[in-house]
Design a protein around this ligand. Structure first.
Ligand SMILES: CC(C)(COP(=O)(O)OP(=O)(O)OC[C@H]1O[C@@H](n2cnc3c(N)ncnc32)[C@H](O)[C@@H]1OP(=O)(O)O)[C@@H](O)C(=O)NCCC(=O)NCCS
Length: 145
């Protein structure tokens, strides 16, 4: 396995969408221009992006690794690469069960008024999903360096 990371190109757009659907995370706002992708010997195996919101909030999002490549450090490589270039505050939202994963990278959970305004709608939708699917949603922040 030789994993390399690179900025996405238009040719990755479909692979990004397919993977996001496969791992069943938020399929909104998947513009390839914002993504980095991970490849194993040229094969697409994972992706992640930082989404800018209109209120200035920057969100680490769409972190996904193909199921057969999970657990081999590729997700960590993608997160670390994005953290390297994001020196300001960075937020994310994730399934509550994934929060321990992000704590490894210095993210801490935020609640109530500390959840950015641009996430509030998602927070409400997340609570509904949690009610029906029995799965909570967590909001997390990494402080500026
Ligand atoms: C979450 C995800 C990106 C992690 O990528 P990965 O390449 O499998 O993760 P890594 O190999 O970097 O890290 C694996 C480690 O994280 C841990 N880990 C993985 N998922 C975890 C979770 N949900 N909660 C806590 N720890 C988790 C593993 O136990 C492993 O621990 P170890 O290093 O002690 O053995 C990947 O599992 C994935 O694509 N999941 C489906 C999509 C998803 O949930 N994305 C996050 C959206 S918010």
């Amino acid at each position: 396995m030789t994993i390399t990371l690179r900025p996405a190109t238009a040719a990755d757009a479909k692979k990004i969408k397919d993977l996001i659907h496969e791992v069943r995370i938020n399929p909104m706002n998947l513009d390839w221009e914002r993504f980095i992708v991970a490849e194993d010997d040229g094969e697409f195996v994972g992706c992640a992006q930082v989404k800018p919101h209109t209120d200035g909030v920057r969100e680490l999002a769409s972190l996904a690794v193909s199921p057969s490549w999970q657990g081999q450090g590729i997700g960590s490589m993608l997160v670390k690469a994005l953290l390297e270039r994001e020196k300001g505050e960075l937020y994310l939202m994730c399934r509550a069960k994934t929060a321990p994963y992000y704590r490894r990278f210095g993210f801490v959970e935020v609640v109530g008024k500390n959840i950015p305004r641009s996430f509030r709608l998602h927070a409400r939708a997340g609570r509904l999903i949690a009610m029906f699917a029995g799965e909570g949603i967590a909001f997390m922040k990494r402080k500026a360096e």
